[in-house]
Design a protein. Structure first.
Length: 108
């Protein structure tokens, strides 16, 4: 999956290079205002998009973890109950968090 920054850039890996270039130029023309500017800046934009795609891939674990972590409300209630002497919910929240971290480890 590509990062959601510029539609058309590297979205279809099966696209022929010439077709991909044409789509990129079309999108860049819309962004930059002229085809000449788009052609001039094409390689820089593709390089930038590839760098952004890599950042997006490296942070995938964060998006995966977010879905499985206990909610803020659950954590707040668990902390309040723990402060009152009952750590049952806190232990559950901590265990769930550890499971998610193990399931979705940080990228290298």
């Amino acid at each position: 999956m590509s990062s959601p920054l510029l539609p058309g850039f590297r979205q279809n890996q099966k696209m022929k290079p010439n077709d991909e270039y044409a789509v990129n130029i079309e999108h860049l023309t819309e962004i930059l205002g002229s085809k000449e500017e788009a052609e001039k800046e094409h390689d820089n934009w593709v390089k930038w998009q590839l760098e952004e795609d890599e950042k997006y891939k490296v942070s995938q674990y964060q998006r995966d973890r977010r879905e499985g972590y206990p909610s803020l409300e659950e954590v707040t209630v668990a902390l309040a109950e723990k402060a009152e002497g009952d750590s049952t919910m806190w232990d559950d929240v901590s265990a769930r968090r550890a499971e998610i971290k193990e399931k979705y480890p940080k990228g290298e």
